[in-house]
Design a protein around this ligand. Structure first.
Ligand code: XLS
Ligand code: NI
Ligand code: NI
Length: 479
């Protein structure tokens, strides 16, 4: 394998894939600095998406693939506008830096506005394309990683100066209509982060990561971001033989405490989020799933300062369903944001596909409605086109389909609530606790002596049917 191919493979193991084949005519990878620099102009003649109209709601009978069938932003469902329940956001990294490369293949997407460089001028042109895309799609939020919006320079100072320049343009383009859902620092693809960032065994890397996060928090704040996300990428290890897990977790907790202190210092009121993800591609991790992450936060006294960003594909990878992860986060008071995507149960990696399963979307929306919504979080489309989808309009089709799927999920939840039979079934299941003794148990006032007395008095208990198939039948009828 040529060095470049090995590099491509390594970068792609993370499957946020920053492709790096020299022959690729366009879509230059993020985070490769001078290896992929170039000069050019940020100017672009005319529209980036000519021929794509402003996407409108046309209703379920529409056959227009560039229209919404279920998402009607201003329509009120369950007391809130659809756009306020859903708070959709476009992920810059997938939509504008996704190249279609995977561990076995080269980039496939060569967007017309790309000039094959990772220059500052190209970063600005791409940013203009992002805002035209948001405007035409009718999405009011966006999310970014520092490294995918601006190229690295030769030093930390140069990186920061580049980021400042691109962010100034983004601020101008946001205007009063578009807002930032969250920002994050990409602390995984550069070789310096091979042992992790805040969990690296190298103090120099720990400090560098802190400087990078500090800057990313500053620009997130400057752009009016509502949240800031921490996502490991390389936090974890394959073996416990050569590592000191306890020491690393302590380093990480101290890092997060420093982030909380800095957030307060700069007056950033956004929510700090941790995004659970197993197989990063390591296996011993503090953030394997929602429950593991919640336990980490609790042990280090961070639960008041952090919430979770639940990603459906990561749920699949941890052996759970998205609904399970959302409910675990919700009942722990930690549901902050959703990375709206889905995995493939057979493929087994972070394929980050757009969610199109109506049943799954309905379960997702059930948790969101129970949570009273997600604000200040939202639904970030941490999702990309398949490798084989290479037309510019595919970017629109994918987002429209993902938005319609979740909108349909919301409509289904409204139907289930209106119908009432599912909640009645659940209520009935616990009816035996709606009694004097049940109330004592739930209030923590029933000791073992009392319970033994009751057991002797009642004899062998009667056990009712679980009615699982009935629950599934009622659920299906709402889809
Ligand atoms: C990758 C992660 C990443 C985060 C943001 O798997 O989902 O994209 O959402 O860093
Ligand atoms: Ni994500
Ligand atoms: Ni992911």
């Amino acid at each position: 394998m040529k060095t470049t191919e090995i590099l491509l493979l390594l970068l792609c193991l993370n499957v946020v894939c920053f492709s790096a084949l020299p022959s690729a005519p366009a879509t230059c990878p993020a985070d490769l600095g001078s290896e992929c620099s170039g000069s050019g102009s940020d100017e672009w003649e005319g529209e980036f998406f000519p021929g794509i109209p402003k996407i409108k709601y046309e209703g379920p009978s529409s056959k227009n693939h560039l229209a919404f069938k279920w998402y009607n932003s201003e329509e009120v469902i369950l007391g809130k506008k659809m756009k306020d329940w859903l708070r959709f956001s476009v992920a810059f990294w997938h939509t504008f830096r996704g190249s279609g490369a995977d561990p076995f293949g080269a980039p496939t997407k060569f967007w017309p506005w790309e000039d094959g460089t990772n220059s500052l001028a190209m970063a600005k042109r791409r940013m203009r394309a992002n805002f035209e895309f948001l405007e035409k799609l009718g999405v009011e939020w966006w999310c970014f990683h520092d490294k995918d919006i601006s190229p690295d320079g030769k030093t930390l100072e140069e990186n920061n100066a580049n980021l400042d320049e691109v962010v100034a343009l983004a601020k101008e383009l946001q205007g009063s209509k578009i807002r930032l859902l969250w920002g994050t620092a990409q602390l995984f693809s550069h070789p310096r982060y091979m042992h992790g960032a805040a969990t690296s065994s190298e103090v120099g890397v720990y400090a560098y990561a802190a400087a990078q996060v500090k800057k990313a928090m500053e620009v997130t704040h400057y752009l009016g971001g509502e949240n800031y996300v921490f996502w490991g990428g390389r936090e974890g290890y394959q073996t416990l033989l050569n590592t000191d897990m306890e020491r690393e977790l302590n380093h990480l907790a101290r890092f997060l405490e420093a982030a909380v202190a800095y957030k307060k210092k700069i007056g950033f009121n956004g929510t700090l989020l941790i995004e659970p993800k197993p197989q990063e591609p390591t296996k011993h991790q503090y953030d394997w799933d929602a429950a593991t992450s919640a336990n980490f936060l609790r042990k280090y006294g961070l639960t008041g300062e952090f919430k979770l960003n639940i990603e459906c594909n990561h749920a699949t990878l941890s052996g759970h369903s998205c609904h399970h992860e959302l409910e675990t986060a919700r009942i722990n008071g930690l549901l902050g944001n959703i990375d709206a995507n889905t995995g493939d149960p057979q493929i087994g990696w972070d394929t980050d596909q757009f969610l199109t399963d109506i049943g799954e979307a309905t379960l997702v929306m059930l948790s969101v409605v129970r949570n009273g919504g997600l604000a200040p979080g939202g639904f970030n489309f941490d999702a990309k086109l398949r490798r084989e989808s290479i037309d510019v309009e595919d970017l629109f089709i994918a987002h429209i389909s993902g938005m319609d799927t979740l909108a349909r999920g919301l409509r289904n939840v409204a139907k289930l609530i209106e119908d009432g039979s599912l909640s009645e079934l659940v209520h009935k299941r616990y009816e035996s606790f709606d009694t004097e003794i049940g109330a004592l148990i739930e209030a923590g006032k029933a000791d073992f002596e009392l319970l033994e007395k009751k057991a002797l008095e009642w004899g062998e208990p009667e056990v009712a049917s679980g009615k699982q198939e009935l629950a599934e039948m009622i659920f299906q009828s709402a889809l």
